[in-house]
Design a protein around this ligand. Structure first.
Ligand code: SF4
Ligand code: SF4
Length: 220
């Protein structure tokens, strides 16, 4: 297993380490190959800021800290996928219950209930929902977005104790998988910080678990 995959299955979370991501695209390829996604449908995307800008040297150059301080972080890349949020806004805004937070923690799409209204696209702060068929016939005729698709967390793989394909194939272990405490500990050990602000962390992890990530920042 990848060193970023600490535990799988019920209660797991997926979370990016921006200090480690090098924008190689390996996660995107791994996901597409594993799940045979269409060319226009990416269940994981890499957002890169300050592309080509030289930053401080070092494997862990405290890009998040520098961004917060208004300093040059250098090129900073962030793998974005569905984080299977504890307080998932997509679930809250879905009018047909097509999106559900399941008992094991995964946020799942029930395709038979999706009417393609795209409310989830507005609700998700992380750009996870995809509508690959939005240009197709019925979607155009009825003005819907087609059936929503997003990162599944590789639930099928996790159910047989395999890590998500994107995390397993990440060359720099920039995609962390495990319990909230495991992820917080791993980030601390690496000298990395969460990229997201407090509000986003509470969406992803819930108010209680989000505090696991705040300890170091509050002490500084
Ligand atoms: S809000 Fe976005 S990232 Fe969070 S569970 Fe919903 S689709 Fe996934
Ligand atoms: S967890 Fe699986 S479905 Fe989600 S982005 Fe990674 S490879 Fe794709």
């Amino acid at each position: 297993m990848s060193q970023g995959v600490m535990s799988t299955g019920e209660g797991m979370r997926i979370f990016p380490d921006v200090e480690a991501c090098i924008d190689c695209g390996g996660c995107v390829v791994a996901c597409k190959r594993t799940w045979d996604r269409e060319i226009q449908n990416q269940r994981i995307d890499i957002t890169t800021m300050a592309e080509g800008v030289a930053g401080p040297q070092g494997e862990n150059a405290d890009k998040t800290g520098r961004l917060e301080a208004g300093e040059n972080p250098g090129e900073t890349s962030l793998p974005m996928q569905c984080y299977h949020c504890e307080n998932a806004p997509c679930v809250s805004v879905c009018p047909t219950n097509a999106l559900q937070k399941e008992d094991d923690g995964f946020v799942a799409v029930h395709e038979d209930l999706c009417v393609g209204c795209q409310y989830c696209l507005s609700g998700c702060p992380f750009g996870a929902p995809q509508f690959p068929d939005s240009d197709d016939g019925s979607a155009q005729i009825f003005g819907t977005g087609g059936i929503m698709d997003k990162c599944t967390g590789c639930r099928e793989r996790q159910e047989v104790q395999k890590g998500p394909a994107c995390a397993e194939e990440c060359a720099t272990d920039a995609i962390l998988v495990g319990g909230a405490g495991e992820i917080a500990d791993e980030l601390e050990q690496r000298g990395s910080q969460p990229f997201f602000n407090d509000e986003a962390m509470e969406v992803i992890f819930g108010a209680e678990d989000a505090q696991l990530f705040q300890t170091d920042q509050q002490e500084q």
